[in-house]
Structure formats: structure tokens, C-alpha cells
Design a binder for this molecule. Structure first.
Ligand code: SF4
Length: 356
């Protein structure tokens, strides 16, 4: 039976009362709450069957978050060093991040910005926004603005409209991207007023962050459909997470759920080493093997690029798996069988053609 939650769960009291944590965990939950924000909106809480299931793990605080390993660091991908003005991160020549607020509909326990995001945080006021727009106007090489945060779809429709109209007034900005978890975390927020604010003559893309097939509820799919019906394509990004999507079956289920919701899987991220996230880490070799196990099993449409954001702000690189061998003289097929090929990919005529 689906349980209904009247409001977003934020405190140890609320988590215990909702049956998502035992009374014995109270002190640990309170210690974690002093360091990192918690929010579990009703739509997401209703999906949790057990606190350690693939939905619960993503959002229920755990005392292990207070342990930082030697490899973990705050700001693992180097946003802060690359911020010329508040709210802007300039890592690549032709695009920037714009972070208009640091509020999210829920707080992922593995977030790489976990020390910054929170319900009180980071709303750029009018003066800061104007400074960010001024910086964008002065940098004609910037063709794409990636709105992230926090979650930009937590803005009021009015504030989103102000931002969109300001971006539209800058001729060299051709593409606007919005990274969000709202359609799966709080689908009712995707209403007509917010969608009206997103109307633009620029290329607009929404990048949905989802990590498990169960996040694609009928309400979430309807919210995605409302976005898509405004001629906004939606692509998907996920994080490879221990206990959430680290098996062939769970990853396949996630990718299939995305495609069924008309969301093209775009990136599967190797988890960034943010403080207190060790319980979620999956080794890269295991991630590559997982993806290899899906080759030939799911449609190419469902295939994401598995990427690492190089610690320190050096950009993203694909992690494979690779199929070429011997500098392009051979290739592996989806079953791992090796085939010799010529320099332009032609078949080796000495090899017997496969019959179907
Ligand atoms: S929604 Fe995004 S920014 Fe917010 S906590 Fe989750 S991963 Fe971090």
C-alpha cells in the first residue's frame, strides 16, 4: 500500500515518525543534520519501501556521512576556483554554469555540492543576478548557459521568468540547459506558470537527474510530458551508486525507464569524491564491466556515456568501456569475442562471416 506523507520530511523527529529511521538513530541523525541538509518530499518518501532500498539510500541521512576518507574533498570538481562572479562557474570556453539558488527539492546524500546546498542557501539576489548577466554580456564566446544549483526548477515562476528574459536579451547565448531533479522529486511543481516562464526562442534543454527506475512514477512521467509538450527535449543524467543502480538489472531498469519516458540517457557519472560519500562508491573497473554487460542487451538509444569529472576542475572524460584492441587492428563484439579489422573498420576477409 502506498503511504501518503503530508509534507516534506526534514528533521530526525519527522524521519522517525515516518518510520524511515529507528529511534536509536536519533543522535546520529541529529549530528548529520548539523552538517548537511535533509529533505524528502512526499512524492519521493512514498516510494521508499525500506530505508536501505535504492530510493531510501539516496535521501535518508546516515551517520557514515560524518566520516571523510583521505580521497574525499570538499568542492571535488573545483567549482569555487573557477567562479569569476557569484553564481557563475566558467570551466569551458563556450559555456558556463549559472547557479541561481542552492535549494533542492530533496538533498541527495552523495551530492558533490553537499556542503553548499540547503534550504536557506544561495538565492542570488537581484544585484548578484545583474552582475552575472553583466559578466555574460561581456563574454561573447559563451554560447550556452547551464542552469544548475541547487535545482533551478525550485525558483518561483516569476524569478525564472526574470532570468529567462535576461538571458534571451543576450544575443550570443544560443542554448539554455536546466539541470533538475524536480520532475521526479516533486512533479507537481512543474506547472503551467513555470513552463510559461521557460518559453524561449533559444535552444532549451532539460537534463533530468534520476538514479532508479522507481523514480519514474506516473506523476513524474506526466511532469516530464508537460515539459516535452513545450518542445523542450529532456535528456537524463544519473550517478553510479552502490546499492542503488550498481547491478546489470537495476542499471538496465533505469535506462529503460528513461527511454520509456522519452528521456535520452546522456551521462552516467562516476561518483565525485565529496565528503562522507564512501558508502556509495563503485570502482571504475566495476562501472565499466556493468556497462559492458548491457552492450547488446539494451537499445543504443538507452546507452549513456560513462564519465568522470576529473577532480580539481579539469573537465569530464569518458571512462569506456572500450572495444578497440591493438590500436584499431581488432575489436570486441558485445559478447567479448575478438574480431580482426582493417584500418577503416572493414572485415578481415580471412574471418568467417557470422550467420544469423
Ligand atoms: S538535487 Fe542535485 S544539487 Fe541538489 S542535492 Fe541532489 S545532486 Fe545535489
Amino acid at each position: 500500500m502506498t503511504r501518503l506523507f503530508p509534507r516534506t520530511l526534514r528533521t530526525a523527529d519527522e524521519l522517525i515518525a515516518a518510520g524511515l529511521a529507528p529511534e536509536a538513530a536519533r543522535a546520529g541523525l541529529e549530528d548529520v543534520a548539523a552538517a548537511y541538509a535533509t529533505a524528502i518530499p512526499p512524492a519521493f518518501a512514498a516510494l521508499i519501501e525500506h530505508p536501505d532500498d535504492p530510493i531510501g539510500r539516496q535521501v535518508i541521512p546516515d551517520p557514515a556521512e560524518l566520516l571523510t576518507t583521505a580521497a574525499e574533498r570538499s568542492d571535488p570538481i573545483g567549482d569555487e576556483a573557477l567562479s569569476p562572479v557569484p553564481g557563475i562557474v566558467h570551466r569551458y570556453a563556450d559555456r558556463v554554469l549559472l547557479k541561481p539558488l542552492l535549494v533542492c527539492p530533496l538533498y541527495c546524500r552523495f551530492c558533490f555540492r553537499r556542503e553548499h546546498v540547503g534550504p536557506d542557501g544561495g538565492l542570488l539576489d537581484d544585484a548578484a543576478l545583474d552582475r552575472a548577466f553583466e559578466w555574460l554580456r561581456a563574454h561573447p564566446a559563451i554560447g550556452e548557459v547551464v542552469m544548475t544549483g541547487g535545482d533551478p526548477l525550485m525558483l518561483s515562476a516569476r524569478r525564472m521568468d526574470r532570468i529567462m528574459r535576461a538571458l534571451e536579451a543576450i544575443p550570443h547565448i544560443q542554448t539554455i540547459r536546466i539541470h533538475t531533479r524536480v520532475p521526479v522529486a516533486d512533479p507537481a511543481r512543474v506547472d503551467a506558470a513555470l513552463l510559461d516562464a521557460l518559453e524561449t526562442d533559444r535552444a532549451m534543454w532539460v537534463v533530468l537527474h534520476a538514479n532508479h527506475a522507481r523514480e519514474f512514477t506516473p506523476e513524474a512521467r506526466a511532469a516530464l510530458r508537460r515539459i516535452q509538450s513545450r518542445a523542450i527535449p529532456v535528456i537524463g543524467q544519473s550517478v553510479l551508486l552502490r546499492g542503488v543502480n550498481d547491478t546489470t538489472e537495476t542499471l538496465e531498469g533505469l535506462l529503460r525507464a528513461m527511454v520509456a519516458a522519452r528521456v535520452k540517457p546522456y551521462y552516467l557519472h562516476q561518483l565525485d569524491p565529496a565528503p562522507g560519500t564512501a558508502r556509495f562508491h563503485v570502482p571504475i573497473a566495476e562501472g565499466r564491466a556493468l556497462l559492458a554487460s548491457l552492450r547488446g542487451r539494451v537499445t543504443g538509444l538507452a546507452w549513456p556515456t560513462y564519465v568522470l569529472d576529473i577532480p580539481g576542475g579539469h573537465g569530464k572524460v569518458p571512462l569506456g568501456p572500450e572495444y578497440l584492441r591493438d590500436e584499431g587492428r581488432a575489436v570486441l563484439d558485445p559478447q567479448g569475442v575478438r574480431h580482426e579489422i582493417g584500418p577503416t573498420g572493414e572485415a578481415n576477409l580471412a574471418e568467417k562471416p557470422r550467420t544469423r
